[in-house]
Design a binder for this molecule. Sequence first.
Ligand SMILES: Nc1ncnc2c1ncn2[C@@H]1O[C@H](COP(=O)(O)OP(=O)(O)OP(=O)(O)O)[C@@H](O)[C@H]1O
Length: 234
Amino acid sequence: MTTPPVIDLIDLRFAWQDGPTLLDIPEFRVDTGERVFLRGPSGSGKSTLLGLIAGVLEPQSGKVEVLGHDMTALSGPKRDALRADRLGVIFQMFNLVPYLSLVQNVTLPCRFSSSRREAAGGDSKLNDEAVRLLSRLGLSGDRLLARPVTELSVGQQQRVAVARALIGGPDLIIADEPTSALDADARDRFIELLNEEAGRSGSALLFVSHDASLAGHFDRSVDLSEINRAKGGV
Ligand SMILES: Nc1ncnc2c1ncn2[C@@H]1O[C@H](COP(=O)(O)OP(=O)(O)OP(=O)(O)O)[C@@H](O)[C@H]1O
């Protein structure tokens, strides 16, 4: 039996309410463990596409298959479970929980998914794994780890969000411009670490940015305009 693609989009169409067609994608796929860079200018629909892949948005037509599941056919709770079990999502706004510690923010997906918890080492090893990931991403030391997430710099908050996406080695990590707050050196190092950690767990990675200079870090680079026939964005 062949493994289904991690992401398989077929004849996908999406428009925001009363807006023109923003996305019209005949075909796009990402294979197991593949690390793909998706570039497009601001406003071209990258975040919208990630929302469709994560199952938080629904297309007007077409198929969004993620890890062999038709996202449009799954019930809301099943989509939530698939996301918690097998996806790591890094949003532009990070979505950190202000009243949780750094480590608790990182282990959050494991509270919603027992399989993710087991994959991260089980209850007894969960915090250690969060500390390991944070340390790999340059956040270590008791004083730093004890700080409220609201007091971290934007670059530090990004790293917490990345550690949260990586924990438990999900099959797919989708990342929305997670390097925008970093200088060039920090950004390159950061992408290398993200790649290394994704490689360690065999996670596929879909990384979107407007910054074409990042393309060399990935197995494959795709311009949104190459796969999208719609001209509704910019
Ligand atoms: N919730 C929404 N309701 C209506 N329109 C939206 C919504 N979110 C985004 N849009 C519109 O969809 C288009 C694409 O936005 P999107 O955020 O997907 O682009 P992007 O390529 O990710 O941009 P950026 O690089 O600036 O993040 C824009 O015209 C935007 O105004």
